[in-house]
Design a protein around this ligand. Structure first.
Ligand code: NOJ
Ligand code: CA
Length: 569
């Protein structure tokens, strides 16, 4: 039973910077829309579909990486930070996309990947061919190995994608040399952020994109950038793997103090530019009380809220995630953010249709796993989304969730491209299932309007046809219409900058309810319907008198797996 003595409140805010209350839509470029028909989404495809996002009612878009890259980790392995990969188009296409977005009133955040580069980046190539004592090596973490002939890695760290976090170099004759560090794939060497030359390069990169007019950055893995001096062993690698154990001392690669001056400097740079430029950190820092430091007034504008994402369909966890969020972020005057899906986790329409553990474990669902209950997952996903979009703060949406799109859970191994799959010999199927190209027009080519050629870098499952956007546009009970209504009402009633108070009569083992301004939001996790409090129902996550598979709402109740928005009388 949630402990009401820990209930937090939040007051409405009269600070109107857009990022405090905005809804930000994540575009995964390779899967959004493909203009030239090569099977990979591109910038021209994005530009051609921006109207649909303006109609949806979001405030901003965030683009996952589109920079030059060998694409070993879907673009999170950058070989040139100041150019567009020809797969996605050109800088000219980027400018056209940005200007169309701005015409439509959409802000644009781009993804900055500072923890590591691609092994094809000039900095790394230069370092590889340099002598171990040369300063070119100081851009990265090169070290001699341990043991006989340096055969053992320099420390015990493991990669987030499985396997060791070190790879040994070889010279042109094949002689083994030093090792280099990679917290992710071996094609993603970690930069050495203690080196002022690395810091200076990134300041130039920030300015390059700010000068072009971007509204800010989503910063990849900021909590990994600084490493403890000397790179000591992880004290508990057996239990923590590549990660950390909450409440215990932080391992030498996660959230080291030395990262903060870097982001404070970046904030100064953003503040030099006109307009409301913003920086959001993908910081996996827990508990959230530790994260508060990251969003102090002179640091990140906001960070992702993985505590909320991980809470899943668990009343107690959700209740405490929300309390913890307001306690931590209000304390430093920062907005909380909320998120249910992104390109690294199982889509929430599938995650809520089964028991798949921690959302952020980045383990997808494969053909050999228990398959999600599609109808239950969708009903719960719609309820969870309405619960989230009623909260004050900024919310992040992931492309396709507005269609109620499920994960591709039967994708065959031969198509999988996430390095996690290969690095674990298929034991972890990885994240491809949430990255499949979007269906726009039912039956239009084999890829449902993703392009005209029918090619797709990951094949869509048959069932994506029924989730196509054109079908949902015509159906007022569709998930797309639910998102549009929620975003419209959220905007009209200024819920994003609103207030938050728990409704104690709806905080128990099977329900959570809160009030934001005049709106009561009631979420039923239980098996039996709840009586509605007095007021006018303005939105509900299930449709009245629809079919079969899901519990059906009645007008005077909150059905199981449903969220209702009520205007209090
Ligand atoms: C987090 C990104 O979201 C993920 O997709 C990527 O694999 C890692 N960072 C490494 O860049
Ligand atoms: Ca393309």
């Amino acid at each position: 039973m949630p402990d009401l003595s820990h209930a937090e409140r939040h007051h409405s805010s009269n600070r109107n910077e857009w990022w405090r209350s905005g809804v930000i839509y994540q575009i995964y470029p390779r899967s959004f829309s493909d203009a030239n028909g090569d099977g990979i989404g591109d910038l021209a495809g994005i530009t051609s579909r921006l109207d649909a996002l303006a109609t949806l009612g979001v405030d901003a878009i965030w683009l996952s990486p589109f920079y030059r890259s060998p694409q070993k980790d879907a673009g999170y392995d950058v070989s040139d930070y100041c150019d567009v990969d020809p797969l996605f188009g050109s800088l000219h296409d980027f400018d056209a996309m940005l200007s169309r977005a701005h015409e439509l009133g959409l802000r644009v955040l781009i993804d900055l990947v500072p923890n590591h580069t691609s092994d094809q980046h000039l900095w790394f190539q230069r370092a590889l061919s340099a002598h171990p004592s040369d300063e070119a090596r100081d851009f990265y973490h090169f070290k001699d190995g341990r043991g006989v002939d340096g055969n053992e890695p320099p420390n015990n760290w493991v990669s987030m994608f499985g396997g060791p976090a070190w790879t040994r170099t070889r010279d042109a004759q094949g002689n083994p040399g030093q090792w280099y560090l990679h917290l992710f794939d071996s094609s993603q060497p970690d930069l050495n952020w203690a080196n002022p030359a690395v810091q200076a390069e990134f300041e130039k990169i920030l300015r390059f994109w700010l000068d072009r007019g971007v509204d800010g950055f989503r910063v990849d893995q900021p909590h990994a950038m600084a490493k403890a001096a000397g790179l000591p062993d992880h004290p508990d690698v057996e239990r923590a793997g590549a990660g950390f154990i909450e409440g215990e001392a932080s391992p030498p690669m996660w959230f080291q103090e030395e990262v903060h001056p870097i982001f404070r400097r970046w904030r100064e740079i953003l503040d030099e530019y006109p307009g409301d430029r913003a920086m959001c950190g993908e910081a996996y820092v827990l508990p959230l009380s530790f994260m508060a430091k990251w969003v102090r007034p002179d640091e990140f504008h906001q960070t992702f809220n993985f505590r909320f994402l991980d809470a899943g369909w668990d009343v107690e966890k959700l209740y405490s995630a929300i309390n913890e969020s307001f306690a931590a972020f209000d304390g430093v005057g920062a907005p909380s953010t909320w998120v249910l899906s992104n390109h690294d986790v199982i889509r929430h329409a599938s995650r809520f249709g089964g028991d798949y553990g921690r959302a952020t474990a980045s383990d997808g669902i494969g053909p050999n796993d228990a398959q999600p209950d599609r109808a239950l997952g969708l009903a719960r996903a719609r309820a969870a989304t309405l619960f989230m979009l009623g909260l004050p703060g900024a919310s992040y949406l992931y492309q396709g969730e507005e269609l109620g799109l499920p994960e591709h859970t039967t994708l065959a191994g031969e198509f999988r491209q996430d390095p996690t799959f290969a690095r674990t010999g298929g034991a972890r199927v990885g994240r491809d299932g949430c990255r499949v190209p979007l269906p726009w027009v039912a039956g239009d080519g084999a890829a449902n309007g993703f392009n005209q050629s029918g090619k797709a870098w990951l094949p869509q499952p048959e069932l994506y046809r029924e989730y196509s956007r054109d079908l949902q546009t015509q159906d007022e009970n569709s998930t797309l219409h639910l998102y549009m209504s929620a975003l419209r009402i959220r905007g009209e009633l200024e819920l994003g900058s609103g207030s938050f108070d728990w409704l104690p009569q709806f905080v128990n083992d099977t329900a959570l309810g809160y009030r934001n301004r005049d709106i009561l939001v009631i979420h039923n996790f239980g098996d039996t319907a709840l009586h509605l409090p007095p007021g006018e129902v303005i939105l509900r996550s299930q449709t009245i008198n629809t079919d079969a598979h899901t519990a059906v709402s009645t007008t005077d109740a909150v059905a199981p797996n449903e969220t209702v928005w009520i205007r209090a009388c």
